[in-house]
Design a protein around this ligand. Structure first.
Ligand code: 3PG
Length: 420
């Protein structure tokens, strides 16, 4: 295993100290009731919270919810505090203030072993992703933001456990490390360890199964994995598998081609041709598909293309071939369902492959909202070795992009190692 390039919880003694913990408990919200519909990130944040409380820290938790791009989910963290309290078996106090006088007063009055959640960081403009896109500031410059100026003087240590937001350069993610001894939490450690294994030291053969509708994600991950040799096989499905066939000169038929053009995805045909040329044998394409035939599923071979029906899934021959490769894999990484699994007639491929992956002996890592949702619904999630909490952060990590949080934690190690 690669050596850690960040400090961990074990590097400091938190007894009686005020610790600022950044988590990512950004959760899906029901549009009508405004209630949390999936608690996964809350559950995954508990081990670090529990450990810091048990180690008698005065714990201040900060987190975001929603974004200014999607105002529907930009709600208070009150329910998150209630859920954390229930699951921790201890009250997590809450204050509807982020870094103003009320929040600061509450922090000053915390006792050892107590935990407090401040309100949604994205109520501050400087924490919204639109801010970082518009105003390019260094982590050092971000120490002058309202949040850091107000909170850092009240705190002894900073811990970051928000791997899922690692692609964000918000003050709460990268600036406190400039001022305070800083460690990574347990979830950050678990995520980075699992994903680094996939990228740098996978047990062979290492197989990437890339489906879903987000072709740009699939292409950036496959580019890195194939060029650097971390993947021995890339199995394509979903819209990516269809674009591969266009690159091979096939016509899919007007309903499927229209979907691809409407989403502006024809631009991936040229890179697909290049990958197919450079990595023949490693890069696999579907052998058959299923189409929606007036509400009924109909399997078709590739030779039957083009077809005047929408492609909704891969077919049984592809499941058989991909299944064989997955059974023999030493490492499996999955991003994206292979078909429109939400519809009964499009769920076969996704369901079968989750079954095979669940039974396979290789080390399995999955991530991304739709992937985890499909595995939860059609697979056996506990049989997956690592279920990443990351969406955008996971894709970027596996595409070789330098993530602001990862860089900040590396720098913090050099700066704060041995500090107490
Ligand atoms: C996520 O949901 O991927 C993280 O919480 C980051 O959210 P963002 O993409 O809105 O910054």
């Amino acid at each position: 295993m690669a050596k850690r390039d960040y400090l961990t919880l074990d590097d400091f003694d938190y007894r009686g100290k005020t610790v600022l913990l950044r988590v990512d408990i950004n959760s899906p919200i029901d549009p009508k009731t405004k209630k949390i519909t999936n608690e996964n990130r809350i559950v995954e944040s508990l081990p670090t919270i529990r450990e810091l409380v048990n180690r008698r820290a005065k714990l201040v938790i900060i987190a975001h919810q929603g974004d200014t791009l999607d105002y529907q989910n930009l709600i208070s963290l009150k329910e998150h505090a209630e859920k954390l309290s229930q699951k921790l078996g201890q009250k997590v106090q809450f204050i509807d203030d982020v870094a103003g006088p009320a929040a600061r007063e509450k922090i000053k009055n915390l006792k050892e072993g107590e935990a407090l959640l401040l309100d949604n960081l994205r109520f501050l403009s400087e924490e919204a992703s639109t801010f970082e896109d518009a105003v390019k500031l260094t982590p050092e410059e971000l120490t002058h933001t309202y949040l850091v100026r107000n909170i850092a003087p009240l705190v002894d240590y900073y811990v970051n456990d928000a791997f899922a937001a690692a692609h964000r350069k918000a003050p709460s993610m990268v600036a406190f490390q400039e001022l305070l001894p800083s460690a990574a939490g347990k979830l950050y450690d678990k995520e980075v360890t699992a994903l680094t294994t996939v990228l740098e030291d996978p047990k062979r053969p290492c197989v990437f199964l890339l489906g879903g509708a987000k072709i740009s994600d699939a292409f950036s991950m496959m580019g890195k994995a194939l060029a650097e040799g971390s993947a021995d096989y890339v199995l394509t499905a979903g819209l990516t598998g269809q674009v591969m066939h266009l690159a091979l000169g096939k016509r899919l038929g007007s309903p499927s081609e229209k979907l691809i053009t409407d989403r502006g995805l024809e631009k991936f045909i040229e890179p697909a041709k290049k990958y197919l040329g450079d990595y023949a044998g490693k890069l696999r394409v579907p052998l058959d598909f299923a189409v929606d035939d007036s509400g009924k599923r109909r399997n078709i071979t590739v030779d039957e293309l083009p077809v005047d029906r929408l492609i909704i899934d891969i077919g049984p021959k592809t499941v058989e071939e991909y299944g064989e490769i997955l059974r023999q894999a030493g490492t499996i990484f999955v991003n994206g369902p292979v078909g429109i699994y939400e519809q009964e007639i499009g769920a076969y491929g996704t369901k079968e492959l989750w079954k095979i992956i669940g039974e396979a002996s290789g080390y399995s890592v999955i991530g991304g909202g739709d992937t985890v949702a499909s595995a939860t619904r059609l697979g056996d999630l506990p049989r997956i070795n690592h279920v990443s909490t990351g969406g955008g952060a996971l894709i970027r990590f596996l595409s070789g992009v330098k993530l602001p949080l990862v860089e900040a934690m590396k720098k913090a190690r050099l700066r704060w190692q041995g500090a107490s």
